[in-house]
Design a binder for this molecule. Sequence first.
Ligand code: IPM
Ligand code: MG
Length: 356
Amino acid sequence: MSKSYKIGVIKGDGIGPEIIDEAIKVLDAVSVSQGFNLKYEEMLLGGAAIDETGVPLPEETIKGVKKCDAILFGAIGGPKWDTLERHLRPESGLLGLRKEMGTFANLRPAMVYDELVNASSLKAEVIQGVDIMVVRELTGGIYFGQPRELHQDMAFNTMVYTREEVKRIAIVAFDIAMKREKRICSVDKANVLEVSQFWREIVEEVAVDYPEVELSHMYVDNAAMQLIREPKQFDVILTGNIFGDILSDAASMLSGSIGLLPSASTGKGVGLFEPIHGSAPDIAGQGIANPLATISSASMMLRYALGENDAADKIDDAIKKALSEGYRTGDLGDYDAKEICTCTEMGDIIADYSSK
Ligand code: IPM
Ligand code: MG
């Protein structure tokens, strides 16, 4: 009997449903050709959940995700829900889900497809061959620190990291570095923040167990600059929650479009796989979204959560093939495009190529 996996699917808001539909199309095609079976269960999160149930993270979703082998997620949020109180906003649903699932390690690869070297706003020679893995701590730091309060004349958040939180994310980064070029740059703001000084000390402690890995430290402002100046100097970037959020968006533009980059969030149990971009409400429903980041996230899911590496390779190769043949969604339409595709057409092409 062929292997069977249960995938929790969270389409979310904005372009979420469109891009997830294409990822599922590709997953279906590749699973048939590779001889395994995927069963999907849809779950609600974010704005879609608010509309249906009144809360951004329904109890049913919390229970549901734990029974799956992996979760594939689109995007959440939109102007419709922007005026809600913070704990009721779609973003709170996503943050709550990450916390509930214990997905503390967010892996955000930023790679440049050779086919798209002209798509970046940076010069081709600066970005050709860039292959960075941002390892972002995802369930701690200022996003979750207590106390946090909003008053009439003042407001505050707390940036807090425990030894255990820093240690476990550092271990993830070092393990990944061992499979890559064995270089880690840990990014912090240790010249100003105690929490960063602490972060640095723990990362140094973990490094002792990985003598082959070259560890450097960089302040986050400098890292932002270096990412644009000479991105090829980086192999693995290890950083906290908010710095990782900012740097991964910056790193995404090396690739030419934020619509290309996937992410994997792993940790204690079930993993969460999602594009790094948002729900793009301005283009939702027009069929012009780029589904490649979500399709790549589905590939990461096959590789990291299900161990279906051949199927993941098929998808990655199919994306490269489609790009090298000049198929582009509108966001990349100006760069060596032979044919501008809709979201659905791009999904069709990748599904076709990855099933061969
Ligand atoms: C991301 C997003 C989220 C984050 C938002 C939507 C809460 O920007 O995944 O990068 O800040 O983590
Ligand atoms: Mg972000």
